[in-house]
Design a protein around this ligand. Structure first.
Ligand code: F6P
Length: 768
């Protein structure tokens, strides 16, 4: 099980992550249940306590009050005993009454009396209740306390025996216990209020805790959901999102649908598929392409303004995508008649014979072109990224111009964008700084940078003087695409070595300043069926026409090589290979010819001019070596070829040689395969071209080994028809199914998924 193209983990990782998230959520939810349980039990206990404690408290307070009253009675008795005995002995009844009145002045004392033994009479304070006769209350030889309810109130009667030689009787003090009752009620109320308060407070605390835990549980669940969205294919998640809001469910369903579409090998990728997917996945989205090279160039020619389609793999790949997506292509207006063909906004609708999208031209002066395009891009980055052993040249002035031109294109993008969240497809090494500039000005844009050339290892890239700024610029993208996983790995290694950032190896992403950039392989391809095949004559006719034009007989085998005249393409090595073939297998002398079509390119640069001269000299040398054969082994055609011409050559050939010393992909190999609807012809393909990863049925060659190349040519010329057929059939199936619509579709679907996941994050963030 492994990561898919967006770092989406396949099982069992999905389940491990899901299980972890669910486990966390479960722990939090059981904590929640525990707390809630404690809360309920606590409240119940508190209410029970209130019910039981209140009467208990009331009784306790009453008892305590009663003991207090008893103690007070004793105190009174002890205090007045002596004067009372003296007054009794002296018979001073009035003084005794006065004494008793002063004692009864206490609000809690109802009355005080002295009951003489064997005498019904009592000396008492005024308020002595008549319902308390001496014979009922004056008794006992020790102190006696008794309760009585009379006249609607509770009373305590204390009786103390008082006996001397002269006097015998009981001292009585009657206390009002109403206050004790009041105290009991107060105590009960206090306890009830106290416990009620405790219940309320602990209830509030429990509610607060429950709320807190609920929120953290929801957060945890959202996180689990986000993990699912981020890491899982929708199928496994559908059941677990039941409680989430509809928007999330919709996004997840869309994610699932998008993945099903792109993962399915049965999807027939074409213009309509791409359009349908765009409408479904990114409805109404605006697509802007930024590429240095424009798809249509207007030049002044002998017969007025002429239209040219440039020899560019980038153009042949991206142009059909733009026809499908109907956006705006922003490019350098490089043709001599370009200014004369645009409107006042520098726009022109293209293709000119049936407009489907807009070309927006950006103007660059010759001096700027020298610094930005020839200098930094093609004398600096091009040889730096291609291992073709041509030394790169770095000039600070070129770097400054490169930066300024990137700014100019950023301005153009911002001006062309109708929305604040377009998809901007930034093409190639001419615009490494553009993604960052756009990110700053259009923060919601989906920026996909595609690097069409190889990315070298970090040690090689380390010689670039402004590497940190360049990488920082690229990391403004949402996605950075390369043709192969190998180049993705090189890029991540380079970032790791030179930029302070966090690299998420699991998802192949770089996080810099909080912004995440995904690094993905998207092997570029061509449209299927190719537009250039449309009006092609049958194979036999192509063979005849080409042979007649070149003066070659029917039994002469033809190999073709077609490309820009670039030192990375291994043209010289190919010529050496022809020499080797004819030396090792002389039977091919006079029966074999290589037609090398080479479009002049970047001729302002010495390395390119020198290559042309060398190639011409080498071709001449080899041709003169076999001059007697009557057939030129090498026909070098140095000019631009329109796609229909190129396809005719492919159809006429027995073999096609792609001997790149280093190449990101190489679309010539795929075009040759696409051109051969007869399922014949042999492809010789450099193992250093990205295309060799996909077209493994080609004869894989090492262009640095002339002998190996010569033998491979011999093998190709000798290959039986059935073997050619078998190999070509498999390669055609590969190019058909993995065409350029799939290339673009994968990037756009990934962009759509990222956008949806960002939305999920936003929603989850709002829930926090
Ligand atoms: O290989 C990189 C690339 O941009 C191709 O996509 C394209 O075929 C070629 O370079 C074009 O080069 P230029 O635009 O400089 O002629």
């Amino acid at each position: 099980m492994k990561n898919d193209s967006l770092g989406i983990l396949r099982p069992p990782h999905i389940f491990q992550r899901l299980a972890r998230s669910a486990r966390n959520a479960a722990i939090e939810s059981s904590r929640l249940r525990l707390i809630a349980g404690y809360g309920v039990i606590g409240a119940f206990v508190a209410v029970l306590a209130a019910l039981l404690l209140a009467p208990l408290m009331s009784t306790m307070v009453s008892d305590w009050s009663r003991r207090d009253v008893e103690a007070r009675s004793r105190l009174v008795f002890n205090t007045i005993q002596e004067p009372l005995v003296a007054m009794l002995a002296a018979g001073e009844a009035q003084r005794i009454e006065a004494l008793f009145e002063s004692v009864a002045a206490d609000s809690r004392v109802v009355a005080v009396a002295f009951c003489k033994a064997a005498d019904e009479r009592a000396i008492s304070s005024k308020l002595m209740p008549s319902s308390l006769p001496c014979d009922a209350i004056a008794r006992g030889t020790t102190e006696i306390f008794s309760s009585l309810h009379a006249n609607g109130r509770d009373m305590l009667i204390a009786s103390f025996p008082l006996s001397t030689r002269e006097i015998e009787g009981h001292f009585i003090i009657v206390h009002d216990l109403t206050f004790s009752e009041r105290r009991g009620v107060e105590a009960r109320n206090f306890v009830s209020i106290l416990l009620g308060g405790i219940v309320l407070l602990s209830g509030a605390a429990a509610v607060a805790l429950v709320l807190f835990l609920t929120r953290s549980w929801i957060r945890s669940f959202r996180r689990a959901l986000f993990n699912v969205a981020r890491n899982a294919e929708g199928g496994e998640t559908a059941g677990s999102v039941g409680i989430l809001d509809r928007e999330l469910q919709l996004i997840l369903r869309q994610l699932k649908a998008g993945r099903a579409a792109v993962d399915s090998e049965t999807v027939e990728w074409n213009k309509d598929t791409l359009r349908t997917i765009m409408e479904a996945e990114l409805p109404g989205v605006e697509v802007l392409v930024v590429a240095n090279r424009e798809p249509y160039i207007h030049n002044f020619g002998n017969e007025g303004i002429e239209l040219q389609t440039p020899a560019s793999g980038l153009v042949s790949a991206v142009e059909p995508i733009m026809r499908a997506c109907r956006g705006t292509w922003i490019a350098h207006g490089s043709g001599s008649a370009d200014r004369d063909t645009v409107d006042q906004n520098d726009r022109i609708a293209v293709p000119p014979d049936g407009p489907e999208y807009t070309l927006r031209r950006v103007w660059i002066t010759e001096a700027e072109q020298d610094g930005y395009y020839y200098g930094l891009a093609n004398e600096g980055l091009w040889p730096l990224c291609h291992i073709a052993f041509t030394r790169p040249t770095f000039r600070f002035s070129d770097w400054e111009t490169y930066r300024a031109i990137n700014h100019r294109f950023a301005d153009a993008v911002v001006r062309e964008a109708r929305t604040d969240s377009p998809i901007v497809l930034v093409q190639d090494y001419h615009f490494a700084l553009l993604p960052r500039m756009l990110r700053e000005r259009l923060p919601n844009a989906m920026i996909i940078a595609f690097w069409h050339i190889p990315w070298p290892n970090s040690e090689t890239f380390g010689i670039f003087p402004w590497k940190e700024e360049l990488i920082h610029g690229l990391l403004g993208s949402t996605i950075i695409g390369f043709h192969t996983q190998f180049h993705c790995n090189n890029f991540l290694e380079t970032v790791d070595r030179f930029v302070e950032s966090r690299i998420d190896r699991e998802h192949e992403a770089v996080v810099l300043g909080g912004h995440e950039t995904f690094v993905r392989p998207y092997p570029i391809s061509i449209e299927w069926p190719p537009a250039a095949l449309k009006d092609q004559p049958p194979i036999a006719q192509c063979r005849t026409e080409v042979r007649e034009r070149l003066g070659l007989s029917e039994d002469c085998k033809i190999a073709v090589g077609i490309e820009r005249f670039d030192y990375t393409k291994g043209v010289l090595d190919r010529l050496h290979g022809v020499d080797r073939l004819l030396t090792a297998h002389p039977e091919w002398i006079g029966r074999f010819s290589l037609v090398q079509a080479a479009a002049p390119t970047r001729s302002k640069l010495p390395a390119y001019r020198e290559l042309q001269q060398e190639a011409i000299a080498l071709a001449d040398e080899i041709n003169s070596k076999y001059a007697n054969a009557g057939v030129k082994p090498i026909t070098l055609v140095i000019r631009h070829h329109e796609p229909s011409e190129v396809f005719k050559l492919f159809r006429a050939a027995d073999a096609c040689i792609v001997s790149s010393l280093h190449d990101g992909m190489n679309l010539v190999a795929k075009e040759f395969v696409a051109a051969r609807d007869d399922e014949m012809g042999v492809l010789l393909l450099s193992s250093f071209a990205g295309a060799s990863r996909e077209l493994s049925e080609a004869i894989i060659i090492n262009p640095y080994d002339a002998q190996d190349l010569g033998e491979a040519m011999h093998q190709a010329l000798m290959m039986p028809v059935t073997e050619q057929h078998e190999r070509m059939k498999l390669m055609r199936e590969q190019v058909r199914s993995r065409n350029v619509y799939r290339w673009a579709g994968q990037m756009l679907l990934d962009a759509s998924r990222i956008r949806k996941k960002q939305r999920i994050l936003q929603i989850a963030g709002q829930g926090r």
